[in-house]
Design a protein around this ligand. Structure first.
Ligand code: SF4
Ligand code: SF4
Length: 406
Protein backbone atom coordinates (compact mmCIF):
# COMPACT_ATOMS: atom_id res chain seq x y z
CA UNK A 1 0.00 0.00 0.00
CA UNK A 2 1.43 3.42 -0.89
CA UNK A 3 1.70 5.84 2.02
CA UNK A 4 2.51 9.52 2.54
CA UNK A 5 2.64 9.90 6.32
CA UNK A 6 3.21 13.50 7.50
CA UNK A 7 6.75 14.30 8.63
CA UNK A 8 5.56 14.84 12.20
CA UNK A 9 4.28 11.24 12.33
CA UNK A 10 7.41 9.87 10.63
CA UNK A 11 9.47 11.63 13.30
CA UNK A 12 8.09 9.24 15.94
CA UNK A 13 9.36 5.67 16.33
CA UNK A 14 5.84 4.21 16.35
CA UNK A 15 4.72 6.32 13.36
CA UNK A 16 7.68 5.08 11.30
CA UNK A 17 7.03 1.48 12.31
CA UNK A 18 3.32 1.71 11.42
CA UNK A 19 4.05 3.24 8.00
CA UNK A 20 6.59 0.47 7.30
CA UNK A 21 4.00 -2.20 8.21
CA UNK A 22 1.23 -0.66 6.06
CA UNK A 23 3.60 -0.45 3.08
CA UNK A 24 4.01 -4.23 3.18
CA UNK A 25 0.34 -4.73 2.24
CA UNK A 26 -0.04 -5.86 -1.39
CA UNK A 27 -3.86 -5.52 -1.47
CA UNK A 28 -4.36 -9.24 -2.15
CA UNK A 29 -7.39 -9.48 0.14
CA UNK A 30 -6.53 -12.99 1.42
CA UNK A 31 -7.00 -11.67 4.96
CA UNK A 32 -10.67 -10.87 4.30
CA UNK A 33 -11.34 -14.56 3.77
CA UNK A 34 -10.31 -15.43 7.33
CA UNK A 35 -11.60 -12.26 9.01
CA UNK A 36 -14.69 -13.05 11.15
CA UNK A 37 -16.18 -9.56 10.90
CA UNK A 38 -15.77 -9.49 7.11
CA UNK A 39 -17.36 -12.94 6.91
CA UNK A 40 -20.40 -11.72 8.86
CA UNK A 41 -20.79 -8.21 7.42
CA UNK A 42 -19.37 -8.61 3.90
CA UNK A 43 -18.22 -5.01 4.01
CA UNK A 44 -14.67 -4.09 2.94
CA UNK A 45 -14.57 -1.49 5.73
CA UNK A 46 -15.06 -4.30 8.27
CA UNK A 47 -12.15 -6.38 6.99
CA UNK A 48 -8.41 -6.02 7.76
CA UNK A 49 -7.43 -4.55 4.39
CA UNK A 50 -10.15 -1.90 4.69
CA UNK A 51 -9.19 -1.11 8.26
CA UNK A 52 -5.53 -0.67 7.30
CA UNK A 53 -6.64 1.70 4.55
CA UNK A 54 -8.89 3.69 6.89
CA UNK A 55 -6.10 4.09 9.48
CA UNK A 56 -3.63 5.14 6.75
CA UNK A 57 -6.14 7.67 5.46
CA UNK A 58 -6.74 9.12 8.93
CA UNK A 59 -3.00 9.52 9.57
CA UNK A 60 -2.39 11.16 6.17
CA UNK A 61 -5.35 13.57 6.26
CA UNK A 62 -5.51 14.16 10.01
CA UNK A 63 -9.28 13.54 9.80
CA UNK A 64 -10.42 10.98 12.37
CA UNK A 65 -14.12 10.20 12.10
CA UNK A 66 -16.77 8.39 14.11
CA UNK A 67 -17.05 5.99 11.15
CA UNK A 68 -13.42 4.94 11.62
CA UNK A 69 -14.12 4.35 15.31
CA UNK A 70 -17.12 2.14 14.46
CA UNK A 71 -15.14 -0.06 12.08
CA UNK A 72 -12.16 -0.38 14.44
CA UNK A 73 -14.45 -1.11 17.40
CA UNK A 74 -15.94 -4.00 15.41
CA UNK A 75 -12.49 -5.58 15.03
CA UNK A 76 -12.04 -8.49 17.45
CA UNK A 77 -8.22 -8.14 17.62
CA UNK A 78 -8.23 -11.88 16.85
CA UNK A 79 -5.26 -11.54 14.45
CA UNK A 80 -6.48 -14.26 12.12
CA UNK A 81 -5.54 -11.80 9.38
CA UNK A 82 -1.89 -11.88 10.51
CA UNK A 83 -1.79 -15.67 10.27
CA UNK A 84 -3.21 -15.50 6.75
CA UNK A 85 -1.28 -12.56 5.34
CA UNK A 86 1.41 -13.68 2.85
CA UNK A 87 3.21 -10.33 3.16
CA UNK A 88 3.69 -10.50 6.94
CA UNK A 89 1.61 -7.41 7.75
CA UNK A 90 1.55 -7.02 11.56
CA UNK A 91 -2.00 -5.77 11.59
CA UNK A 92 -2.28 -5.77 15.43
CA UNK A 93 0.36 -3.06 15.80
CA UNK A 94 -1.37 -0.84 13.24
CA UNK A 95 -4.70 -1.42 14.98
CA UNK A 96 -3.27 -0.38 18.37
CA UNK A 97 -1.95 2.79 16.73
CA UNK A 98 -5.32 3.52 15.07
CA UNK A 99 -7.20 2.98 18.31
CA UNK A 100 -5.00 5.41 20.22
CA UNK A 101 -5.53 7.95 17.43
CA UNK A 102 -9.29 7.61 17.85
CA UNK A 103 -9.26 8.03 21.63
CA UNK A 104 -7.41 11.32 21.20
CA UNK A 105 -9.19 12.73 18.15
CA UNK A 106 -12.73 11.29 18.10
CA UNK A 107 -13.99 11.14 21.68
CA UNK A 108 -16.79 8.73 22.54
CA UNK A 109 -20.21 9.61 23.92
CA UNK A 110 -20.39 10.10 27.71
CA UNK A 111 -22.32 6.79 28.05
CA UNK A 112 -19.65 4.84 26.13
CA UNK A 113 -16.86 6.48 28.12
CA UNK A 114 -18.60 5.60 31.38
CA UNK A 115 -19.10 1.97 30.35
CA UNK A 116 -15.49 1.54 29.30
CA UNK A 117 -14.29 3.24 32.48
CA UNK A 118 -16.51 0.92 34.59
CA UNK A 119 -15.06 -2.14 32.84
CA UNK A 120 -11.54 -0.90 33.56
CA UNK A 121 -12.40 -0.19 37.19
CA UNK A 122 -13.77 -3.69 37.81
CA UNK A 123 -12.42 -6.40 35.50
CA UNK A 124 -8.65 -6.06 36.06
CA UNK A 125 -9.10 -5.97 39.85
CA UNK A 126 -9.58 -9.53 41.12
CA UNK A 127 -11.14 -8.52 44.46
CA UNK A 128 -13.67 -6.10 42.94
CA UNK A 129 -14.63 -8.55 40.21
CA UNK A 130 -15.03 -11.43 42.68
CA UNK A 131 -17.33 -9.27 44.83
CA UNK A 132 -19.45 -8.29 41.84
CA UNK A 133 -19.69 -11.89 40.67
CA UNK A 134 -20.72 -13.07 44.15
CA UNK A 135 -23.48 -10.47 44.14
CA UNK A 136 -24.51 -11.52 40.61
CA UNK A 137 -24.67 -15.16 41.64
CA UNK A 138 -27.01 -14.27 44.53
CA UNK A 139 -29.32 -12.43 42.14
CA UNK A 140 -28.95 -14.92 39.28
CA UNK A 141 -32.34 -16.66 39.72
CA UNK A 142 -34.25 -13.40 39.24
CA UNK A 143 -32.13 -11.89 36.45
CA UNK A 144 -33.26 -11.82 32.79
CA UNK A 145 -31.66 -14.57 30.67
CA UNK A 146 -29.47 -12.03 28.87
CA UNK A 147 -27.68 -11.23 32.15
CA UNK A 148 -27.98 -14.73 33.64
CA UNK A 149 -25.85 -16.23 30.90
CA UNK A 150 -23.00 -13.88 31.88
CA UNK A 151 -22.89 -15.37 35.40
CA UNK A 152 -21.38 -18.85 35.54
CA UNK A 153 -22.23 -21.22 38.41
CA UNK A 154 -19.78 -21.60 41.30
CA UNK A 155 -17.07 -24.27 41.09
CA UNK A 156 -14.68 -25.49 43.78
CA UNK A 157 -10.92 -25.38 43.18
CA UNK A 158 -10.27 -28.76 44.84
CA UNK A 159 -7.30 -29.66 47.02
CA UNK A 160 -3.95 -28.12 46.16
CA UNK A 161 -0.70 -30.12 46.35
CA UNK A 162 1.77 -29.31 49.13
CA UNK A 163 4.86 -31.19 47.92
CA UNK A 164 8.05 -29.28 47.22
CA UNK A 165 10.01 -29.89 44.03
CA UNK A 166 13.42 -28.74 42.89
CA UNK A 167 11.78 -27.37 39.72
CA UNK A 168 9.70 -24.23 40.26
CA UNK A 169 7.57 -22.15 37.91
CA UNK A 170 5.52 -19.02 38.59
CA UNK A 171 1.81 -18.83 37.87
CA UNK A 172 0.03 -15.77 36.53
CA UNK A 173 -3.08 -15.87 38.71
CA UNK A 174 -4.74 -13.19 36.60
CA UNK A 175 -7.81 -11.13 37.39
CA UNK A 176 -11.20 -12.62 36.43
CA UNK A 177 -10.26 -16.27 35.96
CA UNK A 178 -10.04 -17.41 39.58
CA UNK A 179 -13.41 -15.84 40.40
CA UNK A 180 -15.14 -17.39 37.36
CA UNK A 181 -13.50 -20.81 37.53
CA UNK A 182 -10.94 -21.38 40.31
CA UNK A 183 -10.55 -24.99 39.19
CA UNK A 184 -8.38 -24.07 36.18
CA UNK A 185 -5.28 -22.82 37.99
CA UNK A 186 -5.78 -25.48 40.68
CA UNK A 187 -5.89 -28.21 38.01
CA UNK A 188 -2.73 -26.80 36.39
CA UNK A 189 -1.00 -26.87 39.79
CA UNK A 190 -2.04 -30.51 40.37
CA UNK A 191 -0.98 -31.65 36.89
CA UNK A 192 2.42 -29.95 37.11
CA UNK A 193 2.89 -31.41 40.59
CA UNK A 194 2.53 -34.88 39.05
CA UNK A 195 5.23 -33.92 36.56
CA UNK A 196 7.58 -32.86 39.38
CA UNK A 197 7.12 -29.09 38.99
CA UNK A 198 5.90 -26.77 41.74
CA UNK A 199 3.66 -24.03 40.34
CA UNK A 200 3.82 -21.05 42.69
CA UNK A 201 1.51 -18.08 43.06
CA UNK A 202 3.46 -14.95 43.99
CA UNK A 203 1.80 -12.24 46.01
CA UNK A 204 1.48 -8.88 44.24
CA UNK A 205 0.84 -10.41 40.79
CA UNK A 206 -2.48 -9.47 39.19
CA UNK A 207 -4.00 -8.58 35.83
CA UNK A 208 -1.58 -8.97 32.90
CA UNK A 209 -2.71 -5.60 31.48
CA UNK A 210 -4.60 -6.96 28.46
CA UNK A 211 -7.98 -5.54 29.47
CA UNK A 212 -6.65 -1.98 29.80
CA UNK A 213 -4.65 -2.42 26.60
CA UNK A 214 -7.75 -3.47 24.65
CA UNK A 215 -9.77 -0.62 26.13
CA UNK A 216 -7.12 1.79 24.84
CA UNK A 217 -5.65 2.70 28.21
CA UNK A 218 -1.98 1.84 27.46
CA UNK A 219 -0.52 3.74 30.44
CA UNK A 220 -2.76 1.83 32.83
CA UNK A 221 -1.80 -1.44 31.09
CA UNK A 222 1.90 -0.63 31.51
CA UNK A 223 1.39 -0.02 35.23
CA UNK A 224 -0.13 -3.51 35.61
CA UNK A 225 2.82 -4.95 33.70
CA UNK A 226 5.39 -3.14 35.87
CA UNK A 227 3.69 -4.39 39.03
CA UNK A 228 3.87 -8.01 37.80
CA UNK A 229 7.50 -7.65 36.76
CA UNK A 230 8.39 -6.27 40.22
CA UNK A 231 6.70 -9.25 41.88
CA UNK A 232 8.20 -11.93 39.59
CA UNK A 233 11.69 -10.60 39.21
CA UNK A 234 13.22 -11.75 42.56
CA UNK A 235 11.80 -15.24 41.92
CA UNK A 236 13.28 -15.38 38.42
CA UNK A 237 16.64 -14.36 39.86
CA UNK A 238 16.26 -17.06 42.52
CA UNK A 239 15.91 -19.78 39.86
CA UNK A 240 12.24 -20.03 38.90
CA UNK A 241 12.24 -21.54 35.41
CA UNK A 242 9.30 -19.81 33.78
CA UNK A 243 6.19 -17.68 34.11
CA UNK A 244 3.29 -20.00 33.28
CA UNK A 245 0.01 -18.63 31.97
CA UNK A 246 -3.13 -20.77 31.82
CA UNK A 247 -5.23 -18.26 29.85
CA UNK A 248 -3.98 -17.86 26.28
CA UNK A 249 -5.27 -14.26 26.17
CA UNK A 250 -3.02 -13.33 29.08
CA UNK A 251 -0.09 -15.39 27.74
CA UNK A 252 0.01 -13.39 24.52
CA UNK A 253 0.08 -10.18 26.56
CA UNK A 254 2.92 -11.29 28.89
CA UNK A 255 4.92 -12.43 25.86
CA UNK A 256 4.54 -8.88 24.56
CA UNK A 257 5.85 -7.12 27.72
CA UNK A 258 9.27 -6.73 26.10
CA UNK A 259 7.79 -4.81 23.18
CA UNK A 260 5.26 -2.80 25.21
CA UNK A 261 7.86 -1.61 27.76
CA UNK A 262 10.73 -1.20 25.28
CA UNK A 263 10.73 2.58 25.81
CA UNK A 264 10.86 2.39 29.60
CA UNK A 265 14.54 2.48 30.61
CA UNK A 266 13.78 1.24 34.13
CA UNK A 267 11.87 -1.84 32.95
CA UNK A 268 12.86 -2.62 29.35
CA UNK A 269 15.52 -5.26 30.13
CA UNK A 270 13.45 -7.03 32.80
CA UNK A 271 10.32 -6.90 30.62
CA UNK A 272 12.24 -8.54 27.79
CA UNK A 273 13.50 -11.26 30.13
CA UNK A 274 9.98 -11.90 31.52
CA UNK A 275 8.63 -12.19 27.97
CA UNK A 276 11.35 -14.67 27.10
CA UNK A 277 10.51 -16.92 30.02
CA UNK A 278 6.69 -16.64 29.66
CA UNK A 279 5.08 -19.91 28.59
CA UNK A 280 1.57 -20.83 27.70
CA UNK A 281 0.60 -23.85 29.81
CA UNK A 282 0.50 -26.01 26.67
CA UNK A 283 4.19 -25.26 26.02
CA UNK A 284 5.14 -26.51 29.49
CA UNK A 285 3.38 -29.84 28.99
CA UNK A 286 4.58 -30.21 25.41
CA UNK A 287 8.17 -30.39 26.68
CA UNK A 288 7.48 -33.01 29.38
CA UNK A 289 7.16 -36.79 29.43
CA UNK A 290 3.40 -37.34 29.76
CA UNK A 291 3.48 -41.13 29.95
CA UNK A 292 2.52 -40.99 33.66
CA UNK A 293 -0.58 -38.86 32.98
CA UNK A 294 -3.80 -40.76 32.52
CA UNK A 295 -7.29 -39.25 32.37
CA UNK A 296 -9.16 -39.71 35.65
CA UNK A 297 -11.98 -42.31 35.61
CA UNK A 298 -15.19 -40.74 34.32
CA UNK A 299 -13.41 -38.15 32.16
CA UNK A 300 -15.19 -37.95 28.76
CA UNK A 301 -12.88 -39.06 25.93
CA UNK A 302 -14.71 -37.59 22.93
CA UNK A 303 -14.13 -33.85 23.09
CA UNK A 304 -14.18 -30.85 20.76
CA UNK A 305 -11.41 -28.27 21.12
CA UNK A 306 -12.00 -24.58 20.50
CA UNK A 307 -8.61 -23.05 19.78
CA UNK A 308 -8.65 -19.43 21.01
CA UNK A 309 -7.33 -16.78 18.63
CA UNK A 310 -4.78 -15.78 21.23
CA UNK A 311 -3.42 -19.34 21.15
CA UNK A 312 -3.39 -20.02 17.40
CA UNK A 313 -2.92 -16.52 15.95
CA UNK A 314 -1.46 -14.48 18.85
CA UNK A 315 1.04 -17.11 20.04
CA UNK A 316 1.15 -19.27 16.89
CA UNK A 317 0.59 -22.43 18.96
CA UNK A 318 -2.10 -23.95 16.77
CA UNK A 319 -2.22 -27.76 17.10
CA UNK A 320 -0.20 -27.95 20.34
CA UNK A 321 -3.10 -28.61 22.74
CA UNK A 322 -4.72 -30.97 20.25
CA UNK A 323 -1.45 -32.96 20.04
CA UNK A 324 -1.15 -33.13 23.83
CA UNK A 325 -4.68 -34.38 24.30
CA UNK A 326 -4.24 -37.06 21.64
CA UNK A 327 -0.99 -38.15 23.32
CA UNK A 328 -2.87 -38.96 26.53
CA UNK A 329 -5.75 -40.75 24.83
CA UNK A 330 -8.48 -38.25 23.94
CA UNK A 331 -10.40 -38.26 20.69
CA UNK A 332 -10.51 -34.76 19.18
CA UNK A 333 -13.64 -34.33 17.13
CA UNK A 334 -13.42 -32.29 13.92
CA UNK A 335 -14.93 -28.78 13.88
CA UNK A 336 -15.14 -26.62 10.76
CA UNK A 337 -13.68 -23.10 10.58
CA UNK A 338 -11.42 -23.62 13.59
CA UNK A 339 -9.47 -20.47 12.64
CA UNK A 340 -12.48 -18.19 13.25
CA UNK A 341 -13.03 -16.31 16.52
CA UNK A 342 -15.85 -17.38 18.87
CA UNK A 343 -16.77 -13.73 19.48
CA UNK A 344 -15.53 -13.46 23.08
CA UNK A 345 -12.42 -11.33 22.46
CA UNK A 346 -11.97 -9.82 25.92
CA UNK A 347 -14.63 -7.16 26.48
CA UNK A 348 -15.94 -7.49 22.89
CA UNK A 349 -18.78 -9.78 24.04
CA UNK A 350 -20.01 -6.92 26.25
CA UNK A 351 -19.38 -4.04 23.85
CA UNK A 352 -20.35 -5.59 20.47
CA UNK A 353 -23.11 -7.92 21.54
CA UNK A 354 -24.77 -8.54 18.18
CA UNK A 355 -21.63 -9.54 16.27
CA UNK A 356 -20.32 -11.46 19.25
CA UNK A 357 -23.47 -13.57 19.52
CA UNK A 358 -23.56 -14.26 15.80
CA UNK A 359 -19.98 -15.55 15.95
CA UNK A 360 -20.72 -17.61 19.06
CA UNK A 361 -23.69 -19.25 17.35
CA UNK A 362 -21.53 -20.19 14.35
CA UNK A 363 -18.73 -21.50 16.58
CA UNK A 364 -21.04 -23.62 18.75
CA UNK A 365 -22.71 -25.09 15.67
CA UNK A 366 -19.35 -26.20 14.25
CA UNK A 367 -18.16 -27.56 17.63
CA UNK A 368 -21.40 -29.52 18.06
CA UNK A 369 -21.09 -31.24 14.66
CA UNK A 370 -19.22 -34.26 16.10
CA UNK A 371 -21.57 -34.55 19.12
CA UNK A 372 -18.86 -34.07 21.80
CA UNK A 373 -19.51 -34.84 25.47
CA UNK A 374 -17.47 -31.79 26.38
CA UNK A 375 -16.01 -28.69 24.71
CA UNK A 376 -12.55 -27.67 25.86
CA UNK A 377 -10.71 -24.42 25.30
CA UNK A 378 -7.61 -22.57 26.50
CA UNK A 379 -8.85 -19.14 27.51
CA UNK A 380 -11.21 -18.06 30.27
CA UNK A 381 -12.94 -15.43 28.12
CA UNK A 382 -13.83 -17.97 25.41
CA UNK A 383 -14.85 -20.49 28.07
CA UNK A 384 -17.28 -18.14 29.81
CA UNK A 385 -18.66 -16.84 26.50
CA UNK A 386 -19.28 -20.30 24.99
CA UNK A 387 -20.62 -21.72 28.25
CA UNK A 388 -23.36 -19.07 28.20
CA UNK A 389 -25.06 -20.83 25.27
CA UNK A 390 -23.48 -24.29 24.91
CA UNK A 391 -25.52 -27.49 25.15
CA UNK A 392 -22.61 -29.37 26.79
CA UNK A 393 -20.16 -28.27 29.52
CA UNK A 394 -17.22 -26.09 28.46
CA UNK A 395 -13.95 -26.55 30.38
CA UNK A 396 -10.28 -25.61 30.20
CA UNK A 397 -8.35 -28.43 28.51
CA UNK A 398 -6.01 -28.88 31.52
CA UNK A 399 -8.96 -30.28 33.48
CA UNK A 400 -8.95 -33.34 31.23
CA UNK A 401 -5.57 -34.25 32.74
CA UNK A 402 -6.49 -33.35 36.31
CA UNK A 403 -6.53 -36.31 38.69
CA UNK A 404 -9.49 -34.58 40.38
CA UNK A 405 -11.60 -34.16 37.20
CA UNK A 406 -15.24 -33.48 38.02
S1 SF4 B 1 -7.97 -8.90 13.96
FE1 SF4 B 1 -9.61 -10.37 13.41
S2 SF4 B 1 -11.50 -9.13 13.25
FE2 SF4 B 1 -9.76 -7.70 13.23
S3 SF4 B 1 -9.31 -7.37 11.07
FE3 SF4 B 1 -7.96 -9.07 11.72
S4 SF4 B 1 -9.12 -10.94 11.28
FE4 SF4 B 1 -10.58 -9.22 11.20
S1 SF4 C 1 -3.46 -10.46 3.31
FE1 SF4 C 1 -1.86 -9.01 3.93
S2 SF4 C 1 -1.10 -8.18 2.01
FE2 SF4 C 1 -3.06 -9.15 1.53
S3 SF4 C 1 -4.57 -7.46 1.74
FE3 SF4 C 1 -4.47 -8.49 3.72
S4 SF4 C 1 -2.95 -7.28 4.89
FE4 SF4 C 1 -2.67 -6.75 2.72
Amino acid sequence: MQTRFPDAVRATQEGTAVERIIRKCVHCGFCNVTCPTFQVRRDELDGPRGRLYQIKNAVETGVVTASLRTHLDRCLTCRACETTCPAGVEYGRVLDYGRELIEQAAPRSPGQRLLRRALREVLPHAGRFALLLRFGRLLRPVLPSRLRELIPPTRAAGVLPTRHHARRMLLLGGCVQDAIDPRINAAATRVLDRLGIRLETISGVGCCGAISQHLTAPDEARNFMRRNIDAWWPQIQAGAEAVVVTASGCAVQVKDYGHLLADDPAYAARARRISECALDLSQVLEAEDLSGLKPAPGTPRRVAFQSPCTLQHGQRLGGVVEGLLRRVGFELLPAADGHLCCGAAGTYALLQRELSQELRGRKLASLAAGAPALIVTANIGCLAHLQGAAAVPVRHWIELLDPGFG
